[in-house]
Design a protein around this ligand. Structure first.
Ligand code: ZN
Ligand code: ZN
Length: 413
């Protein structure tokens, strides 16, 4: 580091962005933060700033990739039978007590490659079921929450195998700082400006209330109905208590709720998907009445099928997101192999749960009301990318009027 990039100085700026814009943390508030050996230096900077800002308490939740891998490889089957109830109760207790949540991760795309996918799938489903009670705190914005990332040697080497570890880590940090606008003089001001811009597009789309979107690109010909009274969200979100926060750093998307039962056609993914320790490549879905009835993949088809069969809602869409092809992340021209970055570099859908904030009164709906309006429910939520320079998206309103939304991958209005 040193000459090219002052890492410590950027950590200070990144920490400030995460605390002031991301969590929008206030005096006397508390939060939890995930920590591993590679995020620790950044977490220390975050903690120092947070305490100075008057934060009352921080709970550090330790995790380690090597320990995770050891469990998957060497623990006996019984270790995956149930998720300890008291762990869920602990999480529920701090969320109930109003602890906000900072999920700071390092990606490790190849970590679980050698693990039996059945074991991964089993644990995914067991832990998702057990944690359903705590999932609602973030899905319904009951607390302020942020997902952000830090560089690590394993992640950096996976992206830049030809560089030395040091150079690879440095290059990854540079790209993280570019994607998050931390490399600018005043990242906080830049995020306020960026937020205003995102709100401009969501406002237009909210007013238009398109009933249907038509997606056309090579390998894609899809009709996606949106739920009635859908809300396009983008940029800062609002917690139940009325505080703004950014759930993702970075974020470039405007997203809303597709109708779980009214999507038809074919959609081809434009980027690989890394899930359950596997890379799924060149895949596409056929949807009929909202259900994914067929899928193809050049690689990882079994994993894809596993993901889609976690529950009934896993094979229906829960999110439609628009991201212009021209954005700081996509301009890095890097496949980050991490959803946080890759989803914000490309238009995407998610199969699985819908966000209640993307429809009017979404958080107040009962299970039967959700079904009635077409809001998808699931234990899972997996983004897959469909954006690119050839994507066209047309909106059709109640009167049948057509409006070009994206042309050649970029905003057309
Ligand atoms: Zn999204
Ligand atoms: Zn998503």
């Amino acid at each position: 580091f040193g000459e090219i990039m002052d890492l410590q100085k950027n950590f200070e700026k990144y920490a400030e962005l995460i605390l002031k814009k991301g969590l929008n943390i206030k005096k006397s508030e508390c939060f939890t933060v995930s920590v591993n050996e590679d995020t620790l230096p950044l977490v220390r900077v975050i903690a120092k700033q947070a305490y100075k800002m008057g934060v009352k308490d921080i709970i550090f939740l330790f995790n380690d990739d090597d320990l995770t891998l050891s469990k998957y490889l060497y623990a006996n089957d019984a270790a995956f039978d149930e998720f300890p109830k008291f762990k869920v109760e602990y999480a529920e207790k701090y969320l109930k007590a109003g602890y906000h949540r900072l999920a700071l991760h390092t990606a490790n795309p190849e970590l679980l490659q050698s693990v039996d996918p059945k074991r991964l799938d089993k644990w995914e489903s067991v832990s998702a079921k057990a944690n359903k009670r705590v999932q609602k705190y973030t899905m319904n914005n009951m607390v302020k929450w942020v997902v952000a990332a830090a560089a690590s040697p394993a992640w950096a080497k996976s992206l830049f195998p030809d560089l030395s570890v040091e150079k690879a880590v440095e290059k990854l940090w540079e790209n993280i700082f570019a994607a998050t606008r931390v490399n600018l003089d005043d990242p906080i001001a830049a995020w306020s400006e960026h937020d205003k811009n995102l709100k401009k597009y969501s406002k237009f789309l909210n007013k238009a209330q398109f009933t249907k979107l038509i997606y056309k690109a090579p390998g894609t010909d899809l009709e996606v109905c949106l739920v009635e009274n859908h809300i396009w969200q983008g940029g800062s979100g609002t917690s139940k208590a009325g505080a703004t926060f950014f759930a993702n750093i970075p974020t470039e998307e405007i997203f809303t709720m597709p109708h779980a039962y009214k999507v038809n056609g074919v959609v081809k993914a434009t980027k690989p998907l890394i899930e359950l320790g596997n890379t799924i490549e060149n895949f596409s879905f056929t949807l009929k009445d909202g259900k994914i009835v067929d899928c193809t993949a050049e690689k990882g088809k079994d994993v894809l099928k596993t993901l889609l069969s976690i529950d009934e809602g896993a094979s229906r869409l829960g999110e439609v997101a628009l991201v212009p092809h021209d954005s700081p992340i996509s301009n890095t021209n890097i496949l980050f192999k991490d959803t946080l970055f890759d989803e914000n570099a490309s238009c995407h859908f998610a199969f699985g749960a819908a966000y209640s904030e993307t429809v009017e009164n979404g958080e107040k709906l009962s299970a039967s009301e959700k079904k009635k309006i077409g809001m998808n429910e699931s234990m899972t939520h997996v983004d897959f990318m469909v954006g690119g320079p050839e994507l066209s998206v047309i909106g059709i309103d109640k009167k049948g009027k057509e409006v070009q939304i994206l042309k050649n991958g970029n905003w057309a209005f």
